[in-house]
Write a protein that binds this ligand. Structure first.
Ligand code: S3P
Length: 426
């Protein structure tokens, strides 16, 4: 589908965005292995999270979906059954990585596949430590593993593993395997990554400890189904934070957004760039910090983004690149080579697509250098079937002279159904 977007200033709105993708995935996965029902309010009905629901239904879990809530009828730690067919994770890296950890420890075998993008996303990062725990995989070629692949469920043992790359997906896969392993599993992170798995597991009755850079996972006998309220996704809110900052005369309040400190790099960076952002009504819900975020138009300036900030904003780099394009001076992004193995190679796709609009971006090995420009001009662009690329172009288009076209624009449904409708409402 082609989407046409025209320039707009004076964005005003007071609204929330769809539920957090990471938390929605985890609520279905953990609800499935808990005893009793887990009622989930604010669940993200995006394609990725629907893939997770589909996988767990194939393993015998009854999941009711209504407009109001998702109810997972958990069957306990040993209640999953051998999948009725190959588990198709669609475009979802989180589904693929996390269920691989969980399925490695079951007493049945399973097969995992996904779309053409997922088949290029590295699984070694998960299979190497899982094999150390005793897991077995089928489908490795030249020591590398990509979907489609098979998992032979095994009795696992706990290990101490230092993550070579900061990745919440790898950490979470090892925690899920560790719940079933003999002995403790200790994971050392190079930098802190999102900790939604740890928070939700503890909320449902597990004992996951954090000591400095170590996460200590103790085996679990039982988890207990509970009500989960999923906050708005800060990664989705980020598009409107940047829109509010760069479009003149704007004032936007984003309600009920998750502000877990492992996810708020976007707020830190926008503040460093001089944006006018306020955090209001902070509270804790189901162990997660939640607040309203207010943003007004402001003059932005270039900044440097690197080191331990990167995992806290890894999914927001495409939209940060848009903010940087409209800032005065140069923005440098370093230590972000992980962008190359996301839904698209985001160093390249951000550069290629924003350059079509007139942005000045230089690709580097581990990030990019973005020079602020005075104005952009609408052009025909490609989403590369990457939801975050499509949404970033759409926000840039609000500040472009003339019409911008986004081809294959429907991929926004992966994480933000009705995204274009939100823009129209603003
Ligand atoms: C996610 C972790 C991040 C992030 C992804 C969601 C998660 O991936 O980019 O969108 O839910 O755990 P990595 O763990 O590969 O950094």
């Amino acid at each position: 589908m082609k989407k046409e977007i025209f320039p707009k200033n004076g964005l005003k709105g007071n609204f929330t965005v769809p539920g957090d993708k990471s938390i929605s995935h985890r609520s279905v996965m953990l609800g499935s292995i808990a005893s009793g029902d887990t009622e989930i309010y604010g669940f993200l009905m995006g394609a990725d999270c629907l893939s997770t629901i589909d996988c767990f239904r194939k393993m015998g879990i009854n999941i009711d979906v209504t407009d109001e809530k998702v109810t997972v009828h958990g069957k306990g730690m040993y209640g999953l059954s051998s999948p009725s067919s190959t588990l198709d994770v669609g475009n979802s890296g989180t589904t693929m990585r996390l269920i691989t950890g969980l399925l490695s420890a079951q007493d049945f075998n399973s097969n995992i596949t996904g779309d053409s993008s997922i088949q290029k996303r590295p699984m070694n990062r998960v299979s190497i430590p899982l094999k150390e725990m005793g897991a077995e995989f089928e489908g490795e070629k030249d020591g590398k593993l990509f979907a489609p692949f098979g998992i032979h469920g095994k009795k696992l043992k706990g290990i101490h593993y230092t993550l070579p790359v900061a990745s919440a997906q790898v950490k979470s896969a090892l925690i899920l395997a560790g719940l079933y392993a003999e002995g403790e599993t200790v994971i050392t992170e190079p930098e802190a990554t999102r900790d939604h798995t740890e928070i939700m597991l503890n909320y449902l009755g597990a004992n996951i400890e954090h000591k400095d850079k170590d996460i200590i996972c103790h085996p679990v006998k039982e988890l207990y189904g509970k009500t989960i309220y999923v906050p708005g996704d800060i990664s989705s809110a980020a598009y409107f934070m940047v829109a509010g900052a760069i479009c003149e005369n704007s004032h936007i309040i984003l309600k009920n957004i998750g502000i877990n400190p492992t996810r708020t790099g976007i707020i830190t960076v926008l503040k460093n760039m001089g944006a006018d952002i306020n955090i209001l009504n902070e509270k804790t819900v189901c162990g997660e910090l939640v607040a309203d975020i207010e943003i007004k138009s402001s003059k932005l300036k270039g900044t440097v983004i690197e080191g331990d900030l990167i995992p806290k904003l890894i999914d927001e780099i495409p939209i940060i690149a848009v903010a940087a394009t409209f800032a005065e001076g140069t923005t440098i992004i370093r230590n972000a080579e992980e962008l190359k193995v996301k839904e698209s190679n985001r160093i390249k796709t951000v550069k290629d697509e924003l350059s079509k609009l007139g942005a000045d971006i230089t690709e580097t090995d581990d990030g990019m250098i973005i020079k602020g420009v005075n104005s952009l001009k609408g052009a025909e662009t490609e989403s590369h079937n990457d939801h975050r690329i499509a949404m970033s172009i759409a926000i840039a288009a609000l500040k472009c002279e003339g019409k911008t076209i986004i081809n294959n624009s429907e991929c926004v449904d992966i994480s933000f159904p009705n995204f274009y409708h939100y823009i129209e409402e603003l």
